[in-house]
Design a protein around this ligand. Sequence first.
Ligand code: NAD
Ligand code: DAU
Length: 359
Amino acid sequence: MRTYLVTGGAGFIGSNFIYYMFRKYGNDIRIINVDALTYAGNLANLDGVKDRKNYTFLRADIRNKDAIEKIFKENNVDIVVHFAAESHVDRSITDPEVFVETNVVGTAVLLNAAKAVWEKDDGTFKEGKRFLHVSTDEVYGSLSDPKDYFYETTPYDPHSPYSASKASADLIVKAYVDTYHFPACITNCSNNYGPYQFPEKLIPLMINNALAGKKLPVYGDGRNVRDWLYVDDHCKGIDMVIEKGRLGEKYNIGGHNERENIQIVKTIISTLREILPEDDPRRNNVSEDLITYVEDRKGHDRRYAIAPDKISSELGWLPDTKFEDGIRLTVKWYLEHKAWMENITSGDYQEYYRRQYSV
Ligand code: NAD
Ligand code: DAU
């Protein structure tokens, strides 16, 4: 039985990936979820798998060399799927150092620990071992020409401390491939949305605020463009790269779904009004009057847009979920998981929100 070590499995994409993999492979795989449970990690995300015999949670920090080496020595890990990261651009602007520590140093610790147990005496690697590094389209910087897209060959030009730390991590992975022929692949995906996303990110933040009748803070002129992908389609792409991707290659993942932020906010408002029952008191809160333009994000990238040609033509990946369906599923999920949202927005989140939005 294949053993997957998933880092950051208690976060947004990591938890969706674990569900995706158990839906697809059932008891044919084993998953070990290694997560430090930072503010972004939430074990409640994994309630649906926690009792499975082929699932294990280990609380560990990827910066902790001893702890990570021990996990690799004690478990015959076949596949590493590396999600763990500090992931929020705004936090990287106010507190960059932890981004370098987790995203860069943490990735190096993982690579080294995997190399130590996977490498044979002759310097080659054991059969079937794979390290999938989950990265972002933000490493490519910002697009100004509306006809332009990010390709795997687009030069790296990160702007925020977050994207610079992810770009650095990508380059460390590439260095392991180039130097040791280490069996790794990198995926660079566009903006994800779906269940279990922490409400510091645009979509769940707007849903949560709208339901509470709070202002909807749109940065700058609201016309920055992001390329949105339903989280399961990202998970499908990662699984395909693990199964069929060429070692040492990188693959962009994105579904040609560019939207201005203001469009997203208006879509959330109309979807909420459509789905909320007439007699739900929160329905009266939800209106475009809540939209408030606020000070722009520092160094705010204008547009991201992925060209997914390589993963589509080489591996046959195509997204399954249209944005109109995905956003409905997402809004419905948050409506049905009120307690989940209340739980993570109490405590530290309130303090974060006050600081970030000066309220
Ligand atoms: P997230 O913030 O929701 O989750 C991150 C997880 O990593 C949390 O469970 C957290 O506890 C854990 N973690 C953080 N620091 C750790 C450490 N030092 N040791 C161990 N665990 C630690 O992030 P996400 O949105 O799910 O993103 C996951 C990955 O996907 C990241 O690498 C991110 O760069 C990448 N990515 C995200 C998106 C997106 O739209 N969210 C798009 C492309 C790529
Ligand atoms: O592109 C992939 C990246 O997408 C991932 O690598 C990151 O981990 C992930 O956080 C996401 O980064 P963004 O900065 O694009 O996502 P965020 O949800 O923070 O913001 C989306 C857009 O919405 C961005 O242009 C900023 C804007 N925004 C965001 C917030 C939180 C607002 O206008 N108001 C807000 O309150």
